[in-house]
Write a protein that binds this ligand. Structure first.
Ligand code: B16
Ligand code: MG
Length: 209
């Protein structure tokens, strides 16, 4: 087992997919842009402004920089409002027990998320002070598939990428991990992605790495 685990947040420790979808869907509907769950899957692990650009691919007109900024902000207000009711019960299956067991092995635990709301979400699910390091969308210039967020987390842990697993549910996150020299572990949507070094079915399978 390696010295540390760097976890993606959304889709790995907690799932706020349906809230992202509802917020983007309301914006798309208001703008008269077609948007469905299949397109939403392309937003997994992708930053907010990049997500908006994917949605605007189907827009009947072009949007200026300021309009895009306002739409992203409106989406975030709606998304943030829906996060208010998150509680520790929203941690995904097996997360609480597995993190505790990993910690008992002496492994360091960190988060590497594209989300600018990561610290807020961690607080809501009772992990405000839990991790040894947190790197998120506020700390980086380049989003996944650039490895910046994971490199930042590894630097905060004072470890090299080769000493760390990155656990990801998004293909773009696996690409980022591989590019950064991490050991990439795919779960859920990313479990079938052949670029991952390991694929796990359940979160608790991390204990068997
Ligand atoms: P925000 P992760 C990602 O989180 C989500 O998967 C993605 O759907 C979202 O667009 C992105 O964060 C940005 O989120 O609007 O809150 O900054 O999977 O990298 O933890
Ligand atoms: Mg994710």
């Amino acid at each position: 087992m390696k010295k540390a685990f760097i976890f993606d947040l959304d889709g790995v420790l907690v799932s706020t997919d349906r809230y992202h979808y509802a917020a983007w869907k309301s914006i798309a509907d208001e703008e008269g842009i077609y948007f469905d769950e299949t397109i939403n899957n392309r937003l997994r692990g992708v930053g907010r402004r990049e997500s908006l650009k994917i949605i605007l691919e189907r827009a009947p007109r072009t949007y200026g920089e300021e309009e895009e900024r306002a739409l992203a902000e409106k989406k975030n207000e709606r998304y943030r409002a829906s996060l208010e009711n998150l509680t520790p019960a929203d941690r995904l299956a097996g997360v609480s027990e597995t993190l505790e067991a990993l910690r008992r092995t002496g492994a360091l635990l960190a988060v590497g998320s594209s989300s600018k709301n990561a610290r807020y979400i961690l607080g809501k699910i009772g992990y405000g002070d839990y991790f040894d390091a947190v790197a998120d969308g506020n700390d980086i210039v380049n989003g996944k598939p650039d490895p910046e967020v994971f490199l930042k987390a590894a630097a905060l842990l004072h470890l090299s990428p080769c000493d760390c697993y990155v656990v990801e549910d998004a293909k773009t996150g696996i690409d980022a991990a591989v590019r950064g020299g991490f050991c990439a572990v795919g779960i859920h949507d990313a479990a079938g992605y052949d670029r991952a070094d390991h694929a796990i079915k359940a979160f608790s399978d991390l204990l068997g790495l």
